[in-house]
Each structure stands twice: as structure tokens, then as C-alpha cells.
Design a protein around this ligand. Sequence first.
Ligand code: MTE
Length: 304
Amino acid sequence: MLIRKPAEIEPSEITPKSVYLNRRQFMATTAGGLFVAADAMASLSAKPGVPLKDEKTNSLKEATTYNNYYEFGVNKEDPAANAGSLKTRPWSIVVDGEVAKPKTFSIDDLLKLAPLEERIYRMRCVEGWSMVIPWIGFPLAALLKQVEPTAKGKFVAFETLNDPKQMPGVKYAVLDWPYREGLRIDEAMHPLAILAVGMYGDVLPNQNGAPIRLVVPWKYGFKSIKSIVRIRLVEQQPKTSWNMAAPNEYGFYSNVNPKVDHPRWSQATERRIGEFSRRKTLPFNGYADQVAGLYVGMDLMKYF
Ligand code: MTE
């Protein structure tokens, strides 16, 4: 049997562990001799996240069985049931448009861009529920810096894979596929905006956007686009899926804002999955100290 040294092992060769194992159990197992996985997991857990004060992290079961991923169905339990058909290796992201150095990144290139960190983020869905999820990823800025955006690269447009063979939901015209999202360049460069490749100390389950998805914690969950295959730097504000579907209901900015109600329901409160009573929704989902400066001088009632 050929035994390779950890340095020769590509990050994508990480054995995807059954998602029911928590990290401590997994590390204990790997300490027993599975050095391939141990090496990869050592980088995953290099920087543990700081738990949110007075807010419990949701369980892995909650985070992986109550999902929005319309390419696999429109009901909350559909992605867990159907996303097994998504093939996440090989995978690459084309990054081009208004950049000096366009590049296609394989998943291994992406995993080597920056140290992986755990980020425990509050996630608020526009539908009025929320969760606290320990993501593993790296700043989106680390990827963008590699391609050197030009002065014309004012926005970043993202696209999900669009493959009817792997994604049963794209047969239905519930959205104009592929799923599309976008950020202004300064939002995209903000250190809180990450590309996640894992959660709960393990690789991302398919229903949560494997192998790589965006996580922007101060915006409604729909901005956090899953299973990304293309990132394009553009001069004009890009089209985004939910805004195209219902422009009066979902704006481009989509910052969490308890003062701007959805036309059909209030955004003032939310239900944390696993809790009974509702809690107050915080401006910018509780990240105002870090991100409010991005929007100084903007009328947030107009740019919702
Ligand atoms: N990305 C794609 N490609 N397709 C989707 O339907 N749903 C969005 C977002 N990203 C969606 C997507 C919505 S509405 C939410 S709330 C979050 O994913 C949910 O992420 P989670 O299932 O990991 O909690």
C-alpha cells in the first residue's frame, strides 16, 4: 500500500466524514491513526470560532434538515432528501469579468487560498426564522485579491450550478435558473463575508451548498448562494434571482432591517429554529458595528 506524507495530499482528498460525528469525536478518531483526515481537520479546526454571547448554536440536525435550496425542491425537507444527487468533485469556479487576472480555481486551489477558520454566525432568513451556524471557510476577499479586480469591477455576480441531471428542481420555473446573487465590491471585500466549505467541523453537506457557498451574515439568507460555479466582476449592479422574481419584495441589498417590512409580513421579529417565542430582529442581523459604515448616506428604506 502506498502511504503518502500529509504534504502530498490535496485538501479535496479529505474523507467526508459522516455528518453525525461532532468535531471532538472526529478528532479523537483521527488521533487513533487516520492521519490523512487528521491532517486536513487540523487545518479546519486551526482557528475555532467564538460562540455568540447568550445565543445557543443550532444543532447539526436543525441546520441540515430545514433548508432552502430550490434546485432540490421548494419544501424545507426537500434538500436533505434530494441533494444526494449533486456531484461535488471535481468542482471548479470560473472567476472573470473586470479583473486583471481571470482564473479558474479548482476546489483544491480554493482550499489553499487562505487558512480555514470557524465562524459562528447568526443567519436570518427573509421568511422570518433564524439559526446560529458554525461555518468553516475563508474570506471572499482572499479569492477576489487573487484575480485583481479593475476599477470597473464595482459589483460581484455569483452563479450556482444549473444541471437538470443533478438538480431535479431546475425542471420547474420557480426561479429563473441558474440561481444568481450579487454584492457591491466593498461588501464582497468585507472580512465578515466568507466562502464556506464546511460547517460543524466537517465538510459542507450537499443540502447546505457543497462544495462551496457564500455566507454574508448581515444580509437575509437568500444572498448566501450555494454551490457556486461562477463569479464575475461587473461594472453594473447584477441581476439577482429573488429580485428578478419579485422586485417589490426582495431588493438587491437585502440587509437585515427590522424597520423595513416585507410587503406580506413584518420583519421586526424572528423565530430562532428550536425556540418557541419570537425574538427581536437586530439591524444588520446584529453586525451593525462592523458593517453599518458600508451604507452611510444611503436611504435604507429605498435601498432595501
Ligand atoms: N442558493 C441556491 N443556489 N438556491 C437556493 O434556493 N436559497 C437561499 C440561500 N442560498 C438558495 C441558495 C436561501 S432563501 C436561504 S435562507 C439560504 O440559502 C439557506 O441556507 P441553509 O439551507 O444552509 O440554511
